[in-house]
Design a protein around this ligand. Structure first.
Ligand code: MOS
Length: 758
């Protein structure tokens, strides 16, 4: 079990807003833009400053350092200067004794704007030449030649909605000024070092003056990879100016309004197959709705390009992506990081090709699955491929044929309810595609009573990374997990932390932990050899907290050994560094080996639609997933179930709606629907692929955070499959999410078509 779980259930776990802030802590709120695009003509805070309890208002002019928070591209201010580019863009920070007083003061601020024309649609931005960065193309083979040899060609357009992260804990930070211009920042972030770096830049101080500490996050899902940073920098800015601790925690409405989401994409595709049903060629153009600033968009677009061919081998591919600059909050990392959008488009293309050929999509899917030794179109050789293995095992375990037959019988018997099914094969690359980020450190202390404390760069956000780190430390020392504590993530203890992201948290930090533990272990073995007067330290082992010599137990326990090592002045601490070996990617040609390995799996989803109402239910999700050798099966099942439900939500009921002025209308939980107990699948069966190994994961495990999200894609096509039971008509262009309203529209449109033809 995850040792945080008991605390969560009892309500004992601390989140940022629960910390006992020092006496005299002030509260900050963010004053943000009501317009999607406007010039700031005049700002007057006289009335705001007169409100009881208000301590200060800070704008871009009060930033002692550089007003720049851009990560990949330096194109984003912390506080707007002259122009605002989205509704929710921070303009000023208002600080008061209480959050209520600060919010009251915010209402009293007088800001004069001159509105400018806004663009919210990616294709419109593209037409106007509004791009965040130059387009990127990945390709292999020759699509033009290949299309000439294709028997079947399908083309179409796909529009995919964004997604609100809806982490339970909203964004926030607490900044406490110390002596000599130092600052300690408690932050709800996946990227402690980014908070440190950006806060230092904003304050104009060196990074060694800023200490960032993270206990745990109440969820993040990518939403706190880059976008946990500004709130911390704002709290630090206010704390710096007022010389008082300042807390800034967004409420839900502010969080939904001000933060970026999963990127909506629009795409045009063309897919070509030969008479055998083999995919020979695939061309796709992606229009990524990046929002107003780059944020992580270039990296996210790249991951879309990496996952353009999904779980399939396609010899001729050309994929181009445009990062379209719109007047929306900068869209950002979200579980899968652009991969899901790429995979949804290839699945849409296959669906359309199948429709054209009059076959089931899964026949094409199965025929084109990636095989051992195939090359990904970005140049990496596919090794230890489990694409077909998970498919075949799922087919057997969950009896696809029986399922399809039962659905057929059900549909023959029922007119008001129809069932559909779809299969989703998964191949997901593990590693940050910015190769330099694939590094981590661990600092391990063994105390004189034999207890152990581990600090790493990993941020616990509910995914159980701390529990996995405890497991690998316990295994390496061969001591009880109860002796091991994971500490907060802290930039003073572990420096230069890569974000806990890209599913790599347990891999990178687990591997670093193993290295640090091994170093201490080897010192302890040497010490044991010495006190036992044995020449060869190699003959010493520690098994279950006891010292063994050549397989024979001794009287020396872990505690005794550690204690005696201390008195002999043996170093009981170690710091270790891990970097994933052998990664490279050449951006001049977009070829290389960006991933340490891939995660594989296959899911089948069955859905039932109500033909009169357009409503639907997800009956069943069956998954065979490649976990490698799981460190913690319960955590991994939890991650799989959570991810697949989140993936289903993205493509079914979660709909972001903005009006033409770029104002978010689905700005609360009454208008933005995520899967709840009633709409979640009735059944999720997760089977572990047997005999999977992974030399790159700690203890042969595989990363789990993001990959299962993409099984949710099958829900979309299962619902579409059910719609096709009612009508021979499906729209040429696919639109996600497939909300109940869209299903009803599809059903009635087909009705209309039928009348028209009669
Ligand atoms: Mo994650 S979407 O890589 O923060």
């Amino acid at each position: 079990m995850n040792y945080d779980v008991i605390k969560h259930v009892r309500g004992e776990s601390l989140f940022l807003d629960d910390y006992d802030a020092p006496a005299g802590t002030l509260h900050a709120v963010v004053l943000d833009s009501p317009f999607a695009h406007a010039e700031i003509v005049k700002m007057n805070f006289d009335k705001a400053l007169n409100i009881n309890g208000v301590k200060g208002v800070f704008t871009a002019e009060d930033i002692p350092g550089e007003n720049q928070i851009g990560n990949i591209i330096q194109d984003e201010t912390l506080l707007a200067e002259k122009i605002v580019e989205y509704v929710g863009e921070p303009i000023a920070i208002i600080v008061a004794d209480t959050p209520e007083a600060a919010r009251e003061a915010r209402n009293a601020a007088e800001i004069e704007f001159r509105q400018l024309p806004a663009v919210t649609d990616a294709r419109e931005a593209y037409e106007k030449g509004l791009l965040i960065a130059p387009p990127v193309t990945f390709s292999s083979g020759n699509t033009e030649d290949a299309f000439a040899h294709c028997e079947t060609i399908a083309e179409g357009r796909v529009d995919i909605g964004g997604q609100e992260h809806l982490y339970l804990e909203t964004q926030g930070a607490l900044a406490i000024p110390g002596e000599s211009g130092t600052m300690k920042i408690y932050s709800s972030t996946q990227s402690p070092t980014a908070v440190q770096r950006v806060s230092a830049k904003i304050l104009g101080v060196e990074m060694n003056k800023i200490e960032v500490d993270v206990l745990r996050l109440g969820g993040a899902f990518g939403g706190k990879e880059d976008q946990g940073t500004p709130w911390a920098a704002m709290a630090a800015l206010a704390a710096y100016n007022l010389r008082k601790p300042v807390k800034l925690v967004l409420n839900r409405a502010e969080d939904m309004r001000m933060t970026g989401k999963r990127h909506p994409y629009s795409a045009d595709y063309k897919i070509g197959l030969n008479s055998e049903g083999e995919i020979l060629a695939y061309e796709v153009t992606y229009y990524q709705n990046s929002g107003a600033c780059a944020d992580l968009s270039p990296a996210i677009l790249e991951r879309t390009l990496f996952h353009t061919t999904g779980s399939y081998f396609i010899p001729n591919v050309k994929a181009t992506g445009y990062m379209c600059k719109t007047n929306l909050p900068p869209n950002t990392a979200f579980r899968g990081f652009g991969g899901p959008q790429g995979m949804f488009v290839i699945e849409s293309a296959i669906y359309k090709a199948a429709e054209k050929l009059g076959v089931r999509a899964h026949e094409i899917q199965k025929k084109n699955l990636l095989k051992e030794g195939d090359y990904f179109y970005y140049g990496q050789k596919a090794e230890r491929v489990n694409a077909e293995k998970t498919w075949t095992e799922a087919e057997k375990e969950f009896d696809f044929e029986k399922k399809f037959n039962e659905i057929k019988e059900f549909n023959a018997r029922n007119t008001l309810l129809k069932k559909g099914a779809a299969i989703m094969p998964l191949t997901f690359g593990i590693s940050f595609t910015s190769s330099f980020l694939n590094q981590a450190s661990a600092l391990v202390h063994v105390y004189t009573d034999g207890s152990v404390a581990v600090s790493t760069a990993a941020v616990e956000m509910g995914q159980g990374v701390n529990e996995k780190i405890r497991s690998v430390a316990a295994k390496t020392f061969s001591i009880s997990k109860d002796k091991i504590r994971t500490e907060t993530t802290n930039t003073t203890r572990v420096a230069n932390t890569s974000p806990t992201a890209a599913s790599t948290g347990a891999d990178l930090n687990g591997n670093a932990t193993i290295l640090a533990c091994k170093e201490i272990l080897s010192r302890l073995k040497k010490h044991a050899a010495k006190i036992l007067s044995i020449e060869n330290a190699e003959s010493i082992e520690i098994i279950d907290e006891k010292v063994y010599v050549n397989g024979e137990p001794t009287e020396i326990t872990w505690e005794k050994l550690v204690n005696s090592a201390y008195f002999e002045r043996v170093n009981l601490s170690a710091h270790a560094f891990y970097a994933t070996p052998d990664l490279h990617f050449d951006r001049n040609v977009n070829k290389g080996k960006p991933f340490a390995y891939h995660v594989y799996g296959t899911a089948i989803i069955v859905a039932t639609i109500d033909v009169l109402r357009g409503t639907y239910e997800i009956d069943e999700v069956d998954i065979v997933h490649d976990f490698g050798k799981s460190i913690n099966p319960i955590i991994d099942i939890g991650q799989t179930e959570g991810a697949v439900v989140q993936g289903i939500g993205w493509l079914t009921i979660e709909e972001l709606v903005q009006n033409e002025e770029g104002k978010l209308l689905s700005n609360s939980l009454s208008t933005y629907k995520i899967p709840d107990l009633y709409s979640a699948p009735k059944n999720i069966n997760v089977k572990f692929l047997e005999e999977s190994e992974n030399p790159f994961g700690p203890l042969q495990s595989k990363a789990i955070g993001e990959p299962p999200f993409m099984y949710g894609i099958a829900a979309y096509f299962a619902i579409l499959d059910a719609i096709r039971e009612v009508t021979a008509y499906t729209p040429t262009n696919l639109i996600a999410p497939l909300t109940h309203e869209r299903v009803l529209t599809a059903l009635t449109e087909s009705e209309n078509k039928r009348y028209e033809s009669e």
